[in-house]
Ligand binder design. Structure first.
Ligand code: NDP
Length: 345
């Protein structure tokens, strides 16, 4: 395949890029600055199948029109770029416009200038699926038919709530993508595959010099379990307990390119639940030095409410053929790497 990949320097996309290149696909990695372009190139110094394009502002009209033109032409587009880092946000508009306009610019750009594209794979989120307390979730089993009920009014009334704005940005961006598909009707020569992962954890495939530079979901593990922690401290709350390994969600993007029955479908991509106690138990067992610093809690205790919501991952297993790693692999690989990054700071 010849693939355009946006947000290529990010946590998730770095794994997607590595997997695509190792399968000998040809990729144009899109980033938004020259320094990010160098960082991506440095990870794959001698790859003849990689070229890099810079799109400084993905909300600009026609933002991707130059990047989308290629000889040989693209047949696949993967759009992962979207604001997620909470500390980078000074207002709710930080999330909404880039997420929504970035997505519609990619799709409209494909219609305008990239006639060879046959499939667009969009990285949405469980943020566009779950209710996050807006509805009674006890005993609920989420699947691809569910949508986050968040509205623009809620965001406007709670301008300090960045997480709500992030959820809204992912929900509205995904809806905007489906709208383009619906309006395009039979005339569209491409189809859309949407992936909806919950929390994504696991080792980084990109270079991070300092723990301060960690992406949102990785920072949650570092801050809650390692940074300034001690065995006596309380474990962080479970938060969103559904998760997926970053290597598995990356693989879902790769599998999504060719699965014929994925056409115009969304996929809930999660291996299941993980609690803070389980994460702490794995880190303490597998990561050097962790016994002295990771909150201990009550090892082995089940801290998930019996009626906690769940997700049904049947579709991604059956239609994409995705298999999931164990949580031991996810958190031991991540924990060891975090300790190494910290030691090299
Ligand atoms: P990262 O923050 O590591 O990557 C985000 C990518 O999007 C970066 O390339 C970033 O570029 C780019 N980006 C952010 N804001 C903008 C903007 N305004 N304009 C252009 N590009 C922008 O996060 P992840 O890798 O975790 O996120 C990748 C995708 O996965 C996102 O769509 C996210 O919503 C989704 N996701 C992530 C989950 C997780 O737990 N990590 C869970 C569910 C979904 P730059 O480096 O220049 O800022």
């Amino acid at each position: 395949h010849r693939i355009l990949l946006t947000g290529a320097n990010g946590f998730v996309a770095s794994h997607i890029l590595a997997q695509l290149l190792s399968a000998s696909h040809s990729v144009r990695a899109v980033v938004r600055s020259a320094s990010k372009a160098s960082a991506v190139r440095a990870l794959h110094p001698s790859s003849p199948n990689l070229d890099v394009a810079i799109v400084p502002d993905m909300t600009a009209p026609g933002a991707f029109d130059t990047a989308l033109q290629s000889d040989p032409p693209f047949d696949i587009v993967m759009h992962t770029a979207s604001p997620f880092l909470m500390k980078a946000a000074d207002s709710t508009s930080h999330f909404l416009e880039p997420a929504i306009k970035g997505t519609t610019e990619v799709l409209e750009g494909v219609k305008r200038v990239a006639g060879g594209v046959r499939r667009i794979v969009l990285t949405s989120s469980f943020a566009a699926v779950g209710s996050f307390g807006l509805k009674d979730e006890r005993g609920k089993v989420y699947d691809e038919s569910d949508w986050d009920p968040v509205t623009l009014e809620m965001v406007e009334e709670n301008t300090a709530d960045k997480r709500l704005a992030y959820r809204a940005s992912k929900t509205f961006a995904e809806r905007a993508a489906w709208d383009v598909v619906e309006k395009g009707g039979q005339g569209l020569v491409w189809d859309l595959v949407v992936l909806n992962p919950p929390m994504i954890y696991g080792p980084l495939a990109h270079k991070v010099a300092k723990t301060e530079e960690l992406n949102e979901s990785t920072a949650r593990i570092y801050d809650g379990f390692l940074k300034d922690q001690s065995p006596e401290k309380e474990l962080p709350p479970n938060g969103l307990h559904l998760y997926v390994d970053v290597r598995d969600i990356a693989q879902a993007h790769v599998l999504a390119m060719d699965a014929p029955h994925a056409r115009n479908k969304r996929f809930f991509v999660s291996s299941g639940s993980v609690t803070s106690q389980q994460i702490a138990d794995i880190l303490r067992e597998k990561v050097p030095g962790a016994v002295e610093r990771v909150p201990k809690g009550t090892p082995g205790a089940n801290t998930l409410a019996a009626d906690a919501f769940k997700g049904n991952n049947t579709r991604v297993k059956e239609v994409l053929g995705l298999q999931f790693r164990s949580m031991e692999e996810t958190f031991s690989d991540l924990g060891r790497q975090l300790v190494e990054i910290e030691a090299s700071e």
